[in-house]
Design a protein. Structure first.
Lengths: 185, 186
């Protein structure tokens, strides 16, 4: 039997408690081979000394009686929510609230929705300034004439009097007359 | 142990504190640090108490958390330790003294202590679990999160590294590579 193989296998058998019937030839060889005995003996001694070394590290030591109290304190402290944990619900609430507002704005009736603004309403109703500009023929606002036109053709007109009587983009002079119905023709 | 009752957790702590503390102490060799690690380990266990399985022992999980905590704490300190090769180089002249200056068992133990400190973390954990706690190979492998064969291999390499620290006359039949390394040093 090969000495190297015997020693290697026997060392493993001893180390890991695997000595059994299969080890018989190895043990027979060990009886007659001094070199293998030394090799296996050296490993046994190494393991023994190492176990002593490991035991020396922990002998006479134990956790202090205060260990549990400290663990208990830390465990209780962890259960109490800190300021960060308290802020989390607030931030969630803000997020949910913001989302709700946006959704509400999207699904609200057209008149109520801030996104439902008609383009022509941006300019608002015609103002006195529009009339004056139209009358002078110098429209400062290019849309003002359109407003004036819309107002003049669609709005229920009262009798044009005073300076307004001369304001007509089609140059149809409306002369105030006591017999006129007041409507512009 | 899944209730919020701290009393139940205290019983859990009393049951498992010692093996966890011994592992931390064996790795760190510092009682104060070992106690801090013990506390960290059980605070972690308290945090995940609802997820701990009741049908199996929590000890492998606790030991694994403990070893991870140990090595993360020691990572800075370990960088300051001498690499194993340097350690061997420094010790070799003393250990190769004549037979008349027989190295006492206590001295060998001290040399081995330093050798164990210088082992890679996985090998160190392997010998602590197997030789200090006396866990079976399967248990040690479960704690370390590896195969049984891997655990055997780690123990084998750890012992081979430690064997080089023994006095020269007591390791006459070292593998060829280790013998050559010895000759180069002397």
């Amino acid at each position: 039997m090969d000495c190297r193989r015997v020693a290697r296998e026997l060392i493993e058998f001893f180390r890991f408690g695997e000595l059994d019937a299969r080890s018989a030839p190895h043990l027979e060889h060990l009886e007659v081979c001094l070199a293998c005995r030394q090799e296996v003996g050296l490993d046994r001694e190494l393991v023994l000394q190492m176990q002593r070394a490991l035991a020396a590290r922990v002998d006479g030591h134990a956790p202090s009686p205060g260990a549990w109290l400290e663990i208990r304190r830390r465990a209780l402290e962890e259960e109490r929510p800190g300021w960060r944990q308290r802020l989390v619900p607030l931030s969630r609430l803000a997020l949910v609230g913001g989302t709700a507002i946006v959704l509400l704005a999207l699904v609200a009736p057209s008149g109520l929705s801030p996104f439902d603004v008609q383009p022509e309403l941006v300019y608002g109703e015609p103002t006195w300034q529009n009339f004056e500009e139209a009358a002078s023929g110098e429209l400062m606002d290019p849309y003002a004439g359109r407003w004036w036109l819309r107002y003049a053709t669609q709005a229920p007109h009262a009798l044009a009097t005073g300076s307004l009587a001369t304001v007509d983009p089609w140059e149809r002079l409306v002369t105030p007359s006591p017999r006129s119905s007041g409507l512009v023709h | 142990m899944q209730s919020d009752d701290l009393q139940a957790f205290e019983e859990f702590f009393q049951t498992y504190q010692r093996p966890v503390y011994l592992t931390a102490l064996a790795i760190t060799r510092d009682p104060f640090l070992a106690e801090e690690i013990l506390q960290d380990c059980f605070v972690k266990a308290y945090r995940v108490r609802h997820r701990l399985r009741t049908d199996v022992s929590p000890l492998p999980w606790l030991q694994r958390v403990c070893t991870n905590l140990c090595y993360s704490r020691l990572s800075r300190r370990r960088a300051l330790l001498e690499p194993l090769t340097d350690l061997i180089g420094n010790l070799a002249p003393d250990l190769s003294a004549g037979p008349d200056q027989v190295v006492e068992s206590r001295e060998i133990v001290e040399v081995l202590q330093r050798g164990i400190d210088a082992l890679p973390p996985k090998q160190q954990t392997a010998i602590i679990l197997y030789y200090l706690h006396g866990y079976s190979l399967a248990e040690a492998a479960e704690i370390a999160g590896c195969q049984v064969g891997t655990m055997k291999s780690r123990i084998h390499y750890a012992l081979r590294a430690l064997r080089v620290l023994l006095p020269v006359e007591r390791r006459a039949r070292l593998p060829r590579r280790a013998r050559l390394a010895d000759e180069r040093r002397t």
